[in-house]
Write a protein that binds this ligand. Structure first.
Ligand code: PHE
Ligand code: ZN
Length: 850
């Protein structure tokens, strides 16, 4: 493969700026005409009359002209070049007419069709599949769009300015990069509402869906209105157009897209009714709606100079959506869930061949960098910055950021300079977090003498691909100290670590305190400290910091499970008693108790064992975890019945966090009871369920003990007509399949008539579930590896983006034994040897191969 990397160091400002774009779309499934007029102006920042490069891929050029004079240009495979010497040294207009084939677009990038509806996806580089354009985020322009089609609903960015039978015209006054362009045309209906901004303007809100789905939009609309209000109250940011449109599409590679004034969503993150969506779905909808809405300021009004700066918009917007969710729900539970995801996805990525800095310095295919590192670690960096400068300075810095960079395409340097200017701090060392990959290890030891307690920290920054040596980072370590009687003697204090080794001393203590370190998970590091089970149980019982309280229980469980895997021991009474106390403690939030009862995941365990110098055996981890659940079920048996009964929700279904937390704890208890009663209660719960959380939750309990076949049939009959619910039906069977049956289950389900593998959601619910079943995927036969590679190779020519993302299942290769490593390598080689492999999957497999 001859794909050469793009480098941050090679950045050059655009040769020309765009004063305005007018586009006309004559929509036709197989042959859409796109007419464009782009008004260019030489960029004063560039001298020497540089060439103008227009990106364009898969476009049939019909004609082109410069200031009305026909141009004879011959595009190459990726665009066309207008030689600088042939261009006026003054503003000029480039016009072109191209032909594209949306019906044949299976990659779902550019203009494509989904169930008879036209839609677009332009981030990162999809606009070049629509027309010739400088398709880079630092070229921002106002767009005018005319859509011609007989379809009833024709939408684009901004405000609708005129329409008639078979056409509509839209104008977006806000200059934007091409990746935020969007167009939708279809037979759609709207769920509408209104919003009055803080300054009194009214905004029409519409959620556009297929006829029949309009009753499923209420929660998304409510989330949107709450997001708009929250962004005004917390960040002082108002919406800036007369209309805000959201469209739900069934075929979408990602979660959703923040196109200016016209967000396009995977229907999974819009449509919800209590009977079709689980509590997790409701929470995700709320978060994704907020995320896309918040991009209007952090992403759209201030965008990225180039794609290396992706974390500028994504890290900040994830941080903002996390803040929003924690204000709407329980902050403690939200933080624990976010850290669980960070560890499961980002720490895992940082630990393997795909590790890269939050701001990468090179890429082959930018679509491969929409990662947990850019998003989730990017958000952690914002959180650290806020912790270091304080809430008040953070608010000031954000105001300055919006004031200084509104309307610009900015960089991480711009972002950090704003913080330096607002606070007077030097952030040079902090910036290393953006440029160095890898998860720092924070080793802690302590000593106590004459009332003086000293915490000594050492940070180790492990090597990652291309970065053998690292510098010490700034690490905000939030600590608290507890007395042996459980009282807090030092409330949360942020220690600022900047050296490789550093100690902090606390004076005047009557007794040796118990430290609570890294409260709230104040930095994305791995804490390494010899801690006794007694101390962990003590913190689980007494810590005032809810994150560390949970973390203590988690660490206890992981220690127990690690010993069970490596030594075959049975879980001791310490852990069981500590957990039993939490389970029935009615002073605690049920959602927190549910999280505490959730056993460590198998992939997480494999990673932890690997980090501790073991070679994880997926089958043993699975068996040990089963025994652990069995022991917990036995110990808790006397309390479970009462838990299940008292937690039943009396009134009508509410998607709110409080009610969802009760359901979560009830289902955790049901899962344990099912291990004791052979499934009687879960069967009853399945039949009585009046919401999807309980229906699917009860079914999962049954599948977990190898039952539930009859219920699966009932479920299928009931939900055969509902794509989103059927995705759950597919995924559940695979996620809960026994290790030796996982591959066969996948094969059976891929032969099911409803397995539409070209639909990304359906593909993920089957092939993604395969790699999410740790023991099944890593089964010693290698069947899981082969099956995944088969499907990636099959999907790649149609949808390279989704194939590439799903290939990350192989990133953990180095953890396992030589046999498994060899089998994974063989599959990567098989992928790499596939003729016509995409740049997307080629880059991923290549990086994982080395
Ligand atoms: N920018 C989108 C988001 O974070 C994600 C996305 C990326 C969607 C690329 C589609 C393509 O909200
Ligand atoms: Zn985003």
């Amino acid at each position: 493969m001859t794909d050469t990397p793009i480098r941050l160091a090679d950045y050059l400002p655009p040769s020309h700026l765009v004063d305005g774009v007018s586009l006309t779309f004559r929509l036709d499934p197989g042959c859409t005409r796109v007419l464009s007029e782009i008004r260019f102006r030489p960029n004063p920042a560039r001298t020497g009359r540089p060439d103008l490069r227009l990106d364009g891929e898969g476009l049939a050029l019909v004609s082109a002209a410069l200031d009305g004079a026909p141009l004879a240009v011959q595009p190459d495979a990726t665009g066309l070049t207008l030689p600088g010497a042939s261009l006026p040294d003054a503003p000029f207009a480039f016009t072109a007419e191209v032909e594209i084939d949306p019906a044949a677009n299976t990659a779902l990038e550019g203009l494509y069709m989904s169930n008879g509806m036209y839609c677009t996806q332009c981030e990162a580089e999809g606009f070049r599949k629509i027309t010739f354009y400088p398709d880079r985020p630092d070229v921002m322009a106002p767009f005018r769009v005319r859509i011609e089609s007989d379809l009833p609903v024709l939408l684009s960015n901004g405000n609708e300015v005129a329409s008639g039978p078979g056409w509509a015209e839209w104008h977006d006054p806000w200059p934007k990069p091409s990746y935020l362009f969007a167009l939708v045309a279809g037979d759609l209906v709207a769920h509408s509402a209104g919003f009055t901004t803080a300054s009194g303007r009214t905004v029409a809100l519409n959620i556009w869906v297929r006829p029949g789905d309009e009753a499923r939009c209420a929660y998304a609309m409510d989330s949107l209105i709450r997001s708009m209000k929250w962004d005004e109250e917390v960040y002082g940011r108002e919406y800036d157009l007369d209309t805000f449109n959201i469209v739900a599409v069934d075929d979408f590679n990602m979660g959703a897209m923040e196109n200016k004034g016209l967000n396009i969503f995977n229907s999974k993150y819009v449509l919800a009714l209590p009977e079709t969506a689980t509590d997790d779905d409701f929470a995700r909808i709320e978060a994704v709606i907020a995320h896309e809405y918040f991009h209007n300021w952090t992403g759209n009004r201030i965008t990225c100079r180039d794609w290396f700066q992706l974390c500028l918009k994504e890290g900040l917007t994830v941080f903002r959506d996390q803040q929003f969710s924690s204000d709407m729900r329980s902050a403690a539970v939200k933080r624990i869930e976010d850290v669980l995801t960070l560890r499961a996805r980002q720490f895992r990525e940082d630990d393997g061949p795909l590790a890269h800095p939050v701001r990468p310095e090179e890429y082959i295919e930018i679509n491969n960098f929409y990662t947990a590192t850019v998003y989730e670690k990017g958000a952690e960096l914002i959180g650290m910055l806020k912790r270091l400068v304080g809430d008040e300075a953070y608010a000031r810095a954000l105001d300055l950021y919006f004031e200084r960079h509104d309307g610009q395409a900015a960089t991480i340097e711009d972002w950090l300079t704003v913080f330096e200017d607002a606070t007077g701090r030097d952030l040079a060392q902090f910036k290393l977090w953006y440029s160095e990959a890898g998860t720092p290890r924070l080793k802690v030891s302590d000593r106590f003498e004459d009332g003086r307690y000293t915490l000594e920290f050492e940070q180790v920054n492990p090597p990652t691909p291309g970065q053998p040596v690292k510098q010490p980072k700034v690490i905000p370590v939030a600590v608290g100290l507890l007395n042996p009687n459980g009282d807090e003697v030092l409330p949360t204090t942020v220690l600022e670590m900047t050296e490789p080794r550093q100690s902090f001393t606390f004076e005047g203590l009557g007794a040796r305190p118990v430290p609570s370190i890294l409260r709230g998970f104040s930095a994305p590091v791995v804490l390494e400290r010899e801690t006794s089970p007694e101390e962990r149980a003590f913190l689980l019982a007494h810590d005032t910091d809810p994150f560390n309280k949970w973390e203590a229980g988690r660490a206890l469980a992981k220690d127990v499970l690690a010993r069970m895997v490596t030594g075959g021991a049975q879980p001791g009474p310490d852990w069981l008693e500590a957990l039993a106390r939490v389970a029935v403690d009615e002073t605690l939030d049920p959602a927190f108790r549910a999280l505490a009862l959730r056993l460590p995941g198998e992939d997480d365990m494999a990673q932890t064992l690997h980090a501790a110098g073991h070679v994880p055996d997926p089958a043993r981890i699975n068996a040990a975890r089963e025994r652990m659940a069995g022991a917990l079920a036995e110990r808790l048996e006397p309390e479970l019945g009462a838990l299940i009964e008292t937690l039943a929700e009396p009134g009508p279904f509410s998607p709110e966090a409080r009610a969802a937390g009760r359901r979560a704890l009830r289902l955790a208890a049901l899962g344990l009871v099912t291990r004791r009663d052979g499934g009687a209660r879960a069967e009853a719960a399945f039949r009585a369920a009046n919401n999807m959380t309980e229906e699917v939750g009860a079914l999962a309990c049954l599948l977990e003990i190898g039952r539930g076949q009859e219920e699966l049939g009932l479920f299928e009959t009931r939900w055969a007509g509902d794509r989103l619910v059927m995705d759950k039906w597919f995924a559940l069977q695979i996620l809960h399949a026994a290790p030796e049956e996982t591959a066969a289950t996948v094969e059976r389900l891929t032969a099911h008539p409803a397995f539409d593998w070209k639909n990304p959601n359906r593909f993920r619910s089957v092939v993604g579930a395969l790699s999410a079943n740790h023991a099944g995927f890593h089964h010693a036969s290698g069947a899981g590896y082969r099956l995944l590679a088969d499907w990636l190779i099959r999907l790649d020519p149609l949808n390279p983006q989704t194939a590439a993302r799903m290939s990350t299942a192989f990133e953990t290769r180095a953890r396992y034994d030589a046999d498994r490593q060899g089998m994974i390598l063989a599959e990567l080689d098989r992928i790499l040897a596939t003729p016509g492999l995409s740049r997307d999957l080629g880059e991923m497999a290549g990086r994982m191969r080395h």
